[in-house]
Design a protein around this ligand. Sequence first.
Ligand code: ASP
Length: 589
Amino acid sequence: MQFKRRTHTCGELRETNIGETVTLNGWVNTRRDLGGLIFIDIRDRYGITQIVFEPTFNAEAHRLAKELRNEYVISVEGIVRKRPADTDNAELPTGHIDIMANKLIILNEAKTPPFPIEDEIDTHEETRLKYRYLDLRRSKLQKNLLLRHKMYMLARKYFDANDFVEVETPVLMKSTPEGARDFLVPSRLHKGKFYALPQSPQQYKQLLMISGLDKYFQIVKCFRDEDLRADRQPEFTQIDVEMSFVNQEDVFETVEGLMRLMFKEIWNKELQLPLPRLSFDEAMEKYGSDKPDLRFNLEMVTLNNVFVNTNFKVFKDQIESNGIITGLLAPGCGEYTRNQLDVLTDFVKKLGAGGLIWMRVKEDGLDAPIAKFLSDEEKLNIISKLSAKTGDLIFILSGAKLKALNIMGALRLEMARRLELIKKDAQPQLLWVTDFPLFEWDDETKRYFAMHHPFTSPRIEDVQYMESEPGKVHARAYDLVLNGSEIAGGSIRIHSAELQAKMFKALGISDEEAESKFGFLMKAFQYGAPPHGGIAFGFDRMAMIFAGESSIRDVIAFPKTASAVSLMDDCPSEVSEAQLTELYIRVRK
Ligand code: ASP
């Protein structure tokens, strides 16, 4: 079929083009047949333009236009004219003109799409994902992909301007524990052997430092076979960064520069630098989270001091066993009904709390089921420590430190939601969380894990406790938090083979295991490893926040569902017996 190439895009024509003969290519967005006149909105990535087919202007084009349906692909030639008085569409940049068509070519017909190609649709996400190529025609998703593109470009330009080198690292690598579960790829050439898809290029970027690359970055796909959550995908994108001869401050400066650029270029906001910092301990005690949302106050308060000499058994036990008693003020919630309080109690119980203590602040003191167990002094101290006023409600949770703080942190977010404390136009809150613990105790397996990953350096002054009191050791690790989401995390690394061996030992990784899994890295450390450190951004999550979306699927072209399935191409799928045989694999029924 003959095809006329466009002279302009569908978002381009203005009043200055009036009188010109132009050709547009695109999709039929809408069609209105008024008998005599037919109006078509033609759409492409750049915008929408109105086309008018009039029998007296061109009978042939008008006749053909009767056949048009939504999503047909067309080429139209015509003359740009000023829209007749009172028919301007101020919402469209092209809304002051339209095109009198004198030639129409139908380039392709289209079936009726399963949902309208519009921004506000209430179509089930499953249908949208199944027909993702149509979903991506919607301008909202196109905008998100363009924003994502802009963010890649900003990052690449920024790192390039600061002497960073983009290096690609392998997608087929050795399976090495980095925290999550690996995706495995069977080797055909090596019977019974497997590659793993990288959870991140962590080891490669450290090796690149040993190679002398000095400053590395990469926009890279990473893979983790984990149970999914709303803001996770089995494959996701990182902006991965590593630098030699640096300390934490150098990494922060580099990252802050990039964030300032993104704030400016994407949100047109000036980011105040340096960014605020909270230690992990402080973040946990005040906000019950290592990724605190600072768009609202509502700080938690540790009340252990109030109860050092208490007779109330529940609190006394916690104080004796090094637990924590944490309080949260819910301003103006003193009149919550029993039912509301029961719902909140269930909320914390589901998260593992034994129960929730609540107290209404009244004119004459605290009104609470546990009030009778507390001394007057304790009650006064609770009120003053939480700055509580008549009409407020107080929550108290006690228990093992991190667990109780985490649960109170969740309640803090829940209360913010109920009280609508996060305003739509709230200023974005970006901060560093620093001084993470090096190890995390796992109750199930009764052993320590690396909180970040096993290559993270302990604070030098804490190395002495690595064997005797691992729980006391802090890491030189940091996270970057935006509006309550972790958008980047990294650390200063171990660069001595000796300290790395000590770390593996503390993690219960035997010499043989360390040798078989990380031998190459340990060996490399013996050939002159510079001090180094870095960070990686969770790019999808960052794009989601900058786009103002609440699901990362909305900033990924072809995402998987929450159960790790691609509905469009139906993957994962079964493979043929022949393929399996070649890989020496038999699937157990
Ligand atoms: N590789 C780490 C991660 O993916 C980031 C880093 O430490 O640079 O979390």
